[in-house]
Write a protein that binds this ligand. Structure first.
Ligand SMILES: Nc1ncnc2c1ncn2[C@@H]1O[C@H](COP(=O)(O)OP(=O)(O)OP(=O)(O)O)[C@@H](O)[C@H]1O
Ligand SMILES: [Mg+2]
Length: 289
């Protein structure tokens, strides 16, 4: 975790590697909202942003503001039979019966299968086989594991990956290659419990820069409560803690975050989180922004 492994002091990702950020947390805490805001904000800063939807519910396209006709036409990577077969040697749904290429070259994935989203974000929709984690050797899982780790990034590229709720996506497959996690919680014990569990699992799997985002906060008491819950659960040293306010406007512009981008309290707070993530911020959990 922060300050214990690796080089967290960098202000830009290492040359040629880019930065891979995974957004995790309990169901409904705001992962997709935050992923979309962050992706669009980072893209506006001139970074090359690939937003990855790794939740089988596939909310990220609409949340980013891709028009609904395009959203409906998106074929997820795991269901693109020709691509899956080309890369793994087997068709989707083919199970583990044949010989699979487990480490296919997927460096062309973004160029071939991404969908343009607002503010220059490129969106990759992975599809619905991720629950199988590290155990399943079906072609879709082999492909997705390789796809996330094998994306070719330039040093000013950033991957922002939205995930489904909980911790199952931390099968070996998806953790590979990620260096940063944003753990999203809301001010409830259950959300914090899932968040802390996610953070520990991420750290165990080598994701060593973890940021806490306290979403839907309505008061200083909400923040204090979350930090107390973290302590009660044994503590965790996050690199930074960002408070994201409850924002009525979010509910009026669903499903997309476009109208939030300029001047909403939530978007303004997300800018601070983006700064912290890019800086590999080392502040301890007690110093809240
Ligand atoms: N700061 C906020 N203020 C008010 N509403 C919010 C805020 N953040 C998110 N929401 C709303 O909360 C709901 C859940 O958000 P979102 O879909 O981003 O959560 P999620 O963690 O991705 O959920 P899931 O686990 O189902 O994928 C949405 O209706 C969203 O608009
Ligand atoms: Mg979501």
């Amino acid at each position: 975790m922060c300050g214990t492994h690796g080089d967290h002091g960098r202000t830009v990702p290492p040359a040629g590697e880019g930065l891979r950020i995974v957004v995790v947390g309990k169901g409904g805490v705001g992962k997709s909202t935050l992923s979309a805001l962050l992706a669009r904000q980072l893209s506006r800063r001139g970074l090359g942003v690939v937003a990855v939807d790794a939740d089988e519910q596939r909310n990220l396209a609409a949340t980013l503001g891709v028009d609904l006709a395009t959203v409906e036409s998106i074929v997820p990577v795991s269901e693109d039979a020709d691509y899956v077969e080309e890369k793994t040697g087997a068709r989707p749904g083919g199970g583990a019966s044949g010989m699979l290429r487990l480490n296919p070259d997927t460096s062309d994935l973004v160029d071939r299968l991404s969908v343009p989203a607002p503010d220059g974000v490129r969106l990759v929709v992975m599809g619905g086989v991720l629950r199988s984690g590290g155990g399943c050797l079906c072609p879709e899982t082999a492909l997705i594991a390789a796809a996330v780790a094998g994306m070719r990034l330039h040093d000013d590229d950033v991957v922002v990956m939205d995930t489904h709720a909980g911790v199952e996506h931390f099968g070996r497959a998806l953790a590979r290659g990620f260096d940063t996690a944003i753990v999203v919680v809301e001010p409830t014990f259950n959300a914090v419990q899932v968040g802390v569990e996610s953070a520990r699992m991420a750290a165990e799997l080598g994701i060593d820069t973890l940021h806490l985002a306290i979403n839907r906060s309505r008061s200083a008491a909400d923040v204090e409560r979350v930090l107390a819950y973290v302590d009660r659960l044994g503590g965790f040293q996050f690199c930074s803690t960002t408070v994201l306010p409850f924002d009525e406007v979010v509910l009026t512009c669903e499903p997309e975050v476009g109208t939030l981008m300029d001047g909403s309290p939530l978007a303004d707070a997300t800018v601070g989180l983006a700064d912290g993530v890019l800086a590999g911020n080392r502040r301890p959990a007690g110093s809240v922004t």
